[in-house]
Design a binder for this molecule. Structure first.
Ligand code: NAD
Length: 313
């Protein structure tokens, strides 16, 4: 594939400054340019790029031969149009296991050790010890991790390290180190029924959209917590709110939502048993460096006529 000019779309600044990529990719034997879909003059530069690294999709990107998404999820990219236009799409899967793994056990520890309540009390200058039977420890509890890819692996490693027992849900029932029992998606309700934490780490696809619905909430323990670091629409958000309001589950830690930013009117903001984070579960100051290393490898491979890293379609 011809790859002489690589555009860094300004939209990557949602995750890190584009200058990080421009600097880290300086050594490549190609020209790297900053492009910006919002500016008239910059759209010309989009057209002269053979490859583009971007956070967001826009139709003019289909003029390139290769587009790299700086996120793992490509649910916002119209895959069919990429196939029709014969444009290769790659993603950043594989980068997020450490950061997401730490975020997820952070949520678990916050709920068990009541840290979210202590922080809320501190804001009010309130010295309030929890009831004797409120705090608990996570060792010996069970987590069910739905999706055992890069994120799931990062969660399993840390959860088992902290003494949790872990079950998993994956499409092919092959064993996974550290995971006691593997369930297939058709047995999701059984898989979650014994878990204190249900952790969502699947991509958003036609199959996973609203896979966590009222039936799954009904199957969960009343003292269970839902942790969603995948995509908001993997959960039926109305069913989630009902389960939280009715005490069907004990709480939830949510990094992703059907609508982002989470609208001010959402009842989730006000719930004491809910931790809301702004789609920041994988944020880390090393993010740009990690993206740069897979982009550099893909540039090398594409120029050598090989398959790029993380080829989606
Ligand atoms: P990945 O491709 O490494 O892993 C996804 C896994 O889910 C794969 O093993 C796949 O086989 C499995 N899967 C797909 N459909 C399934 C189903 N119906 N049931 C069970 N398993 C199924 O991707 P990843 O890097 O682990 O990321 C997963 C998703 O998490 C991304 O697509 C993205 O939407 C989301 N994500 C969110 C953040 C964040 O900041 N919160 C960061 C990275 C990724």
């Amino acid at each position: 594939m011809r790859l002489d000019t690589l555009g860094i779309d300004r939209s990557v600044s949602v995750l890190f400054p584009p200058a990080v990529l421009l600097e880290r990719l300086e050594e490549l034997p190609i020209e790297t340019v900053l492009i910006d879909g919002d500016s008239e003059s910059a759209s010309d530069s989009t057209e002269r790029c053979d490859g583009v690294v971007t956070f967001e999709y826009r139709p003019s990107l289909l003029n390139a031969s290769w587009v790299h998404s700086v996120q793992a999820g490509v649910d916002r990219f119209p895959l069919e149009r990429f196939r029709e236009a014969n444009v290769r799409l790659t993603n950043s899967t594989g980068l997020h296991g450490d950061a997401i793994g730490e975020t997820v056990v952070g949520y678990m520890l916050a709920f068990a050790r009541r840290l979210h309540t202590h922080v809320a009390n501190q804001r009010e200058r309130r010295w309030s010890r929890p009831e004797w039977d409120e705090p608990w420890t996570i060792a010996g509890e069970r987590a069910c991790v739905v999706g055992l890819g890069s994120l799931g692996r990062g969660v399993v490693d840390r959860a088992t390290g902290l003494g949790l027992d872990v079950d998993g849900v994956r499409r092919t029932p092959i064993p996974e180190p550290g995971v006691d029992q593997i369930y297939t998606p058709d047995a999701l309700e059984t898989a979650v029924s014994d878990a204190r934490f249900v952790v969502l780490a699947v991509p958003l696809t036609a199959e996973t959209e609203e896979m966590i619905d009222a039936d799954v909430f009904a199957a969960m323990r009343e003292d269970a917590y839902l942790i969603n670091v995948a995509r908001g629409s993997v959960v039926d958000q109305r069913a989630l709110v009902r389960a939280l309001e009715d005490g069907g589950i004990a709480g939830a830690a949510l990094d992703v939502f059907e609508t982002e930013p989470l609208p001010e009117s959402s009842p989730l903001w006000e719930m004491d048993q809910v931790i809301v984070t702004p789609h920041a579960g994988s944020a880390t100051r090393q993010y740009g460096d990690h993206v740069a290393s897979i982009v550099a490898e893909s540039v090398r491979r594409l120029r050598a006529g090989e398959e790029p890293v993380n080829h989606v379609c």
